[in-house]
Write a protein of this length. Structure first.
Length: 335
């Protein structure tokens, strides 16, 4: 049912998306206290823009979960448009939006509003600037903009800064070497941080880089202390990710050079996202960030599979997500 609905660009798929987001958020409404608390700004790696957002909305009842719904819905729509604009798929569809939405609910720690969620919005715009650099005669400003966007994302969630590595790799993939582009990229990244530092310096605040000091001591320490049930859950999504990557590589030969480069860049985005594990991040948070690209790869996988197989996989994803979400409320499994 869902595959058939979202394999097309019929308006009902768009209208049903916020309904699906609301349904996936039901466990949070049943017991908000059981989910990850953001009120004490305790999320490691959270930065001043996230603190400001949490401070502004935290005192308003239900504002954070409602903001979560709005942001995830907007991100899904924008990302879907970007993926369709690459022309990798032969027809318009809403599958990327569906897949991205499911990944935003892959673990309770993402609610009511993990800093990776608003950071994703700027990463998505950065991807839009980067993947269309091929044969762009005026690429200097898009490269600069991409740096600014990732810098802004890192002011919500510092580990997002790792994706600067991906932009440098994408420059190698899409462009011939131009030293100006390699200079303006880090310059763009530093500008939001310069404004952040200046504001905190002028106001006498010591919290300009709190998120950096929280994650750097744990750098190089990968998380492994999960129960068996959690590893089974993670393995399910890792397996689907590997299948989707191989399916995308299989169809690469019949695509244009530009589309092939976009796919290779996407694979590097996933690899770069995996590097954020070195910041001692929770694995579901990593999935939430690389879902920006996985949305496209899973879409190709669903087009390659039969409709029945696709429906089974989608239902399995929703079932696994529901189990781990409701488990946070009722505690019937050790996750």
């Amino acid at each position: 049912m869902l595959i058939g609905l979202y394999k097309t660009d019929r308006p009902f798929g768009l209208f049903f998306l916020p309904v699906l987001i609301g349904l996936l958020q039901i466990p949070y409404w049943l017991n908000p206290d059981a989910f990850h608390a953001t009120g004490d700004m305790s999320v490691a790696g959270s930065m001043p823009l996230y603190h400001f957002l949490e401070f502004s909305l935290g005192g308003i009842p239900y504002a954070l979960p409602v903001f979560f719904i709005v942001v995830v819905f907007l991100e899904a729509l924008i990302l879907n448009r970007i993926i369709i604009d690459t022309s990798i798929f032969q027809k318009n569809n809403w599958l990327p939006a569906l897949v991205f939405t499911l990944f935003m609910f892959n673990h309770p720690i993402l609610m009511p509003l993990h800093p990776a969620i608003p950071a994703n919005l700027f990463l998505i715009f950065s991807i839009r600037k980067t993947v269309f650099l091929y044969r762009n005669e005026n690429a200097l400003f898009p490269v600069f903009d991409s740096g600014v966007l990732i810098g802004t994302a890192s002011l919500f969630y510092f580990p997002a800064s790792v994706f600067m590595i991906w932009v440098f790799i994408s420059l190698i993939i899409f462009r011939t070497f131009n030293w100006r582009e390699w200079v303006v990229l880090p310059a763009g990244f530093l500008i939001p941080h310069l404004f952040n530092w200046s504001y905190h310096y002028l106001t006498g605040s010591t919290h300009a880089f709190t998120g950096v000091s929280e994650v750097l001591p744990g750098f190089g320490q990968f998380r492994s202390a999960y129960p068996v049930s959690s590893w089974c859950y993670f393995s399910f999504f890792i397996l689907l990710t590997l299948i989707s990557v191989f399916r995308m590589l299989a169809v690469r030969r019949r695509l244009s050079i530009r589309q092939r480069k976009i796919i290779i860049s996407g694979i590097w985005f996933i690899i770069t996202g995996g590097l954020t594990a070195a910041f001692h991040l929770e694995y579901p948070v990593i999935f939430a960030m690389i879902a920006i690209v996985l949305a496209a790869f899973f879409t190709q996988m669903f087009f390659e599979f039969s409709r029945v197989t696709g429906e089974i996989i989608i239902l399995a994803m929703i079932g696994a997500i529901s189990v781990i979400q409701y488990n946070r409320v009722y505690g019937f499994l050790n996750f």
